[in-house]
Design a protein around this ligand. Structure first.
Ligand code: SF4
Ligand code: SF4
Length: 394
């Protein structure tokens, strides 16, 4: 995760990070949870594979045709929550499919809240009515990340394979705002919507989104089929990053923060832009990035549990060779603490072993070697260079 706003407007961020790093998690403000010293992960939990949409790029291959068969039962899911609470993880992010299609979501959220867990929701927004927004808030979920893949109805609806989705999603932001539920935009950027990026940022601001989170395409699930056709090239990536930099510079950090996800090498572009700008925050930003020791947290500060209880290092590392375990066979806390687990060991020790350009790159400690899912997808080599990196190794 590349925290553009935190780096650019971060006066005091580094000292705050250091101040909060060793505190009990309950006393740490949300902004600093990602920097806690321990390897307790944020858990991305796909509660269901079912979805009322069937998006072209869905990493989870969700859709209306998926069933509840094999999904963790309510009792099993409550048990997982107890385990995560005992372990003291910083955040559960309920995702899917469409997590609001899971009938017991309120029971799960309430239980997690009662166990002291912080929660967020990742949703396509189309099911958020005033009543649902109220229930989300009352159940203790503090934030809703809402997918918005176009600034125009035509673009978003084509992405989502669902006429009318854009209008429903825009309405969801208004409803969240009225309810006092914090929400943000999640956009997957591709060749089909990159020309709308500026309009999307402006739209997000006008909708009252508190975060603008840009996801690059990762070749997982249905994203594999369209990856070559939809992935951006070097110029498009540079243009998108420069645009976000400009927008973040002129946006009040308290109003909306900007992030990019799943290309840790983005931090190199960010530092270069700040240097070019003679930014007073450059030294702090570099310190902050160095303290994270590589931007990809898969297998360390990020974990994924799928609807069937399978555990993976991150939500996109889903092929059989990335399977870490299953919560039906062993509690998540034990799976994560098992230092002999070969998949976790590969993700945690990868940095020393990289091949290709990453092996000779001076930015390796800052960026952590890009995305391992893309490297693996390109030629079956987990340790190869990330083909989506356009940084010139210095
Ligand atoms: S492996 Fe890739 S998709 Fe997974 S967290 Fe790291 S950068 Fe993101
Ligand atoms: S070459 Fe590898 S280590 Fe260097 S910036 Fe790109 S992804 Fe990161």
């Amino acid at each position: 995760m590349n925290r553009i706003t935190q780096c650019m407007h971060g006066r005091g961020t580094v000292s705050n990070v250091m101040r909060h790093r060793h505190k009990p998690q309950i006393d740490v403000p949300g902004n600093y949870l990602a920097f806690l010293w321990m390897y307790r992960p944020v858990v991305f939990w796909n509660l269901t594979d079912r979805c009322n949409m069937r998006c072209t790029h869905c990493y989870n291959q969700s859709g209306p045709e998926r069933t509840t068969e094999g999904e963790l039962t309510t009792a099993e899911a409550l048990g997982v929550i107890d385990d995560l609470a005992d372990m003291g993880i910083p955040l559960i992010l309920f995702t899917g499919g469409e997590p609001l299609m899971r009938a017991d979501i309120w029971d799960l959220a309430r239980h997690a809240r009662n166990r002291g867990l912080k929660m967020a929701l990742s949703t396509n927004g189309t099911m958020i009515t005033p009543d649902i927004a109220r229930r989300i808030k009352e159940s203790g979920i503090e934030y809703a990340g809402i997918s918005l893949d176009g600034a125009r109805a035509e673009t978003h609806d084509r992405f989502r394979n669902s006429p009318g989705a854009f209008a429903q999603t825009i309405a969801a932001f208004a409803v969240c705002k009225e309810t006092g539920l914090r929400c943000g935009v999640r956009v997957t950027i591709t060749k089909e919507n990159c020309h709308e990026l500026e309009a999307l940022v402006d739209l997000a601001l006008s909708l009252g989104a508190s975060r603008f989170c840009l996801y690059w395409l990762v070749p997982t699930g249905r994203g594999i089929d369209s990856y070559t056709r939809l992935q951006l090239d070097r110029d498009e990536v540079t243009e998108a990053l420069s645009l976000l930099y400009r927008k973040a510079k002129h946006t009040d950090p308290a109003a909306m923060e900007f992030l990019t996800v799943d290309a840790p090498q983005d931090c190199i572009h960010l530092l270069a832009s700040m240097e070019e700008d003679c930014s007073d925050d450059l030294a702090d930003a570099r310190k902050l990035l160095e303290s994270l020791k590589g931007g990809c947290n898969a297998g360390t500060r990020v974990a994924n549990i799928d609807a069937h209880g399978n555990v993976y290092p991150c939500q996109f590392a889903r092929s059989p060779e990335f399977l870490v375990g299953n919560v039906r066979n062993c509690p998540f806390s034990r799976i994560w603490a098992d230092t002999s687990n070969p998949v976790l060991a590969r993700f945690r020790e990868k940095q020393a072993l990289f091949g290709g350009r990453c092996s000779v790159c001076n930015y390796r400690d800052l960026c952590g070697g890009g995305c391992r899912v893309r490297a693996h997808a390109a030629g079956g080599d987990f340790l190869a260079e990330d083909p989506f990196c356009f940084v010139e190794p210095s």
